[in-house]
Design a protein around this ligand. Sequence first.
Ligand code: HEM
Length: 386
Amino acid sequence: MKSHAVRAYPFPSAPGLAVDGTFGWLRGHEPVSRISLPYGGDAWLAVRHEDVKFVMSDPRFSRAAAMAEEMPRQIPQQPANRTITDLDRPEHSRLRRLLAPAFARSAVEPLRALARRHAEQLIEAMRRTGGRVDLVSGYTLPLPASVMGAVLGVPDRQLGEFRELADGLVAVRQLAPDDYAALVADLDAYLTGLVSERRAVPTQDVLGRLVAARDGDDRLSEQELVSLSVTLLAAGYVTTAGQLANDLFLLLGERALWNSLLTGEIGLDTAVEELLRAVPLNDGTGFCRVATEDVLVGDTVIRAGEAVFVALNSANQDTAVFDHPDRVDLTRPFNPHVAFGYGPTAASAHISRGSNSRRRSGRCSARPRTCDSRCRPRKCGGGATP
Ligand code: HEM
């Protein structure tokens, strides 16, 4: 039997927006390798595009089984509530079905105008400040916060309180267990309030539509609604804020790319896809999955009960799929990136309109008309791993 070196994971952060060189080496030499997580022990790591897609879409890899206490993870706590990200089919498919109408075009379209308006207001505020501005506090955090506030129908007067709770999620990996428990309790209490208000007075925002969602006789329970709202907030805010900050960091350092976007010579849809592929988001690790039987991944057998992670940033750099993946080509014609995951749990597969909303929010914010060239963005974390 082949013996495997066990590497501490996540690998050390590479400078700027580079992806750690270990991933490239692993793709060539050890595409399925052993890693040791900060909590819960060792796991497998798949780094090639083909293997990442396979692990994310094969039903023999369970996300529900990964919720067990002893499973490898990056933070000390297991998620407190079971939600869409912790379920397998058929429970997972049921939640996706109930979620779909809430992300219908008619629900998501108004968010586009809101995101554009708010983006313009934030840019104007930074221009008024003059001199150096911090794009993270001035733009990349408040913009997705206000969009997620609109998704959940947060009233304007509560946006400050909402923002405080949402910002707790940005730093979740740094929280001590007690602070994490307190944050989860506060989020639960706040979102329970929003859900009850919508039970009393129906609304057309995404949360209002979730409260009203029915599939035959089926509907979401109170607990499911609250857990889903917390998940949407966590999945939607931290990721988008991180992606926006990193995109701007890249574009401001590559003025030719920036200018090509400003002049409109490059289509934004293609550009956003390329930014999603080329710009790493945090360490780019998907959720943990556990094999429910022995499964061959590449030439490695993952035994029943063993945990496996997928490296999305690495898959997006795979030369077997992408020509010159290290180059940012905003007109890249073939771009099957896995930034949103792959298969039935991919954010872009079944919440198809939801993915439009993400891309739209990327489009609205990716083409700010003006920006002070002296602004100093800093890298902001985000990613799918709990
Ligand atoms: C740049 C922005 C985003 C990125 C890169 C991103 C990335 C991802 C990835 C990679 C997954 C799959 C993880 C896995 O299965 O291991 C995922 C799942 C998910 N994302 Fe996002 N996401 C983004 C924004 C959002 C937004 C704005 C929302 C909601 C408003 C959202 C909601 C979700 C949900 C609900 C899931 C779980 C889907 C399921 O299990 O069926 N995401 N996301």
